[in-house]
Design a protein around this ligand. Structure first.
Ligand code: HAM
Length: 411
């Protein structure tokens, strides 16, 4: 049999990597809870229609990156490339569109058929929040503040800059779109093939191009600021004012368009230069039309998602592996007492294991090698006295401790 390798773009999370991952989720979960978000878990796969139109027919995610397949019953199924569409689908399916606001936190795997590189995988993981119901810009600022708070708690906020933009309302976008078509059409032959195709279908997407020639043309393109309706401009002003009140620093970047099509008004990204090319650690914005596209009523919403792998890479150091206490019975006669002690320490919440085999020296050596913090040595004489030898494996000191005092001593 050939060696089985993980599928390209997937990774096993083991040891330090898993602890980093877990720390990101636990921190985000705790802080999102303080902002009033409840956790939802939606399925990892959905009917393809949940994503196909709603994320944008011209977006890279839909055109090139979805894991779509026909299941055995002939239904078209897609592994979720992101979490927002599933949350909106769940809101409608569960009849929650009249119970607003809904404040949703989620964490889990997402799937995109992208070219793998550092910080970019085919199965990756996101944490995210969605605030569904409020149409006020205060909601946008609060959602961003929560994201910023999580980055602070992870100790990575200093490595990331918040960039914000507005995509305006429908009217602003239409006027901007027309202006972009005019601008890019005049430079059509200089654009990349991809961008020429985008010109008809979604000229805003050209702003997002990574092609070097496109980037030069995009640099001179008109920005949406000149096409905002007074309402859209007012919304954006309020967002900036509220961000100031929350004390969240930001930079304006009129080139942020986001890779998914459901956004209007607020669009934002936390970007870092500490991760090479994959610099966006968190991204989101307002998506007032998505719930209606899932068949629900018009429902304003705003949210973000962050790549757990990218955040995990930014963490200073991995959380320490938990230290273990090892019980070492000196001979078979004390095994019953060793097992009782083992279980009572575990019930007290102390991570405890028992060395199964070998003589005393071998068992202690093994305990040392695995990084245990203490050994409890049980010999027949100790047990007869109702005590054990507690050995601190860091310092090597040893003392007799009564069996019923062990848990307190170890805490
Ligand atoms: P997104 O910008 O597509 O937005 O993804 C959010 C974050 O997921 C990115 O900033 C990045 O950190 C991470 N990410 C995306 N693709 C990959 C990948 N292939 N490998 C590793 N990390 C990746 C969304 O997904 C929206 N649902 C965000 C949102 C929520 N908007 C409103 N609510």
């Amino acid at each position: 049999m050939t060696d089985l390798q993980p599928v390209r773009g997937t990774r096993d999370l083991i040891g330090d990597e898993q602890r980093r991952h877990h720390h990101v989720i636990e921190t985000a979960r705790r802080i999102a809870a303080a902002y009033g978000f409840d956790e939802w878990a939606t399925p990892v796969f959905e009917n393809t229609a949940v994503f196909a139109r709603t994320l944008g027919e011209t977006s890279d995610v839909v055109t090139k990156e979805m894991y779509t397949f026909e299941d055995r019953g002939g239904d078209s199924i897609t592994l979720r490339p992101e979490g927002t569409a599933g949350v909106c689908r769940a809101l409608v399916s569960n009849g929650l569109t009249q119970s607003l606001p809904q404040k949703v936190f989620y964490a889990g795997p997402m799937f995109r058929y992208e070219r793998p590189q550092k910080g970019r995988y085919r199965q990756f993981h996101q944490i995210g929040i969605e605030l569904i119901g409020p149409s006020e810009p205060l909601a946008d600022a609060e959602v961003i503040a929560c994201g910023h708070h999580i980055l602070e708690a992870l100790g990575v906020a200093r490595l990331a800059v918040l960039e914000i933009n507005t995509l305006g309302d429908r009217e602003s976008r239409q006027a901007y779109r027309d202006a972009l078509i005019g601008y890019f059409s005049a430079r059509r032959s200089a654009l990349s093939e991809d961008s020429q195709a985008r010109l008809e279908r979604n000229p805003l997407r050209i702003l997002d191009s990574k092609d070097a020639d496109d980037i030069a043309i995009v640099a001179e393109a008109p920005t949406i600021m000149d096409f905002l309706t007074p309402e859209a401009a007012g919304f954006y002003d309020a967002l900036r004012r509220h961000l100031d009140s929350f004390g969240v620093p930001y930079r304006e970047n009129a080139r942020i368009v986001r890779g998914l099509d459901y956004y209007g008004h607020t669009a934002f990204e936390f970007v870092t230069d500490a991760l090479g090319a994959q610099g966006t650690v968190m991204g989101g914005g307002r998506y007032d039309g998505l719930v209606a596209e899932m068949g629900g009523p018009h429902t304003p919403a705003v949210g973000w998602a962050a790549g757990i792998e990218r955040l995990a890479m930014l963490l200073d150091e991995a959380p320490a592996a938990p230290a273990t206490v090892v019980i070492v019975p000196v001979d078979d006669s004390v095994e019953p007492v060793a097992i009782t002690t083992l279980q009572s320490l575990r019930r007290a919440g102390i991570r405890t294991e028992m060395a199964y085999r070998g003589n005393l020296r071998r068992r202690l050596e093994r305990a040392n090698r695995t990084g245990a913090r203490a050994a409890i040595i049980l010999g027949p004489d100790d047990v007869a006295d109702g005590t054990a030898q507690l050995k601190d494996l860091a310092t090597g000191t040893q003392e007799a401790v009564r069996l019923d005092r062990l848990a307190d001593r170890l805490k």
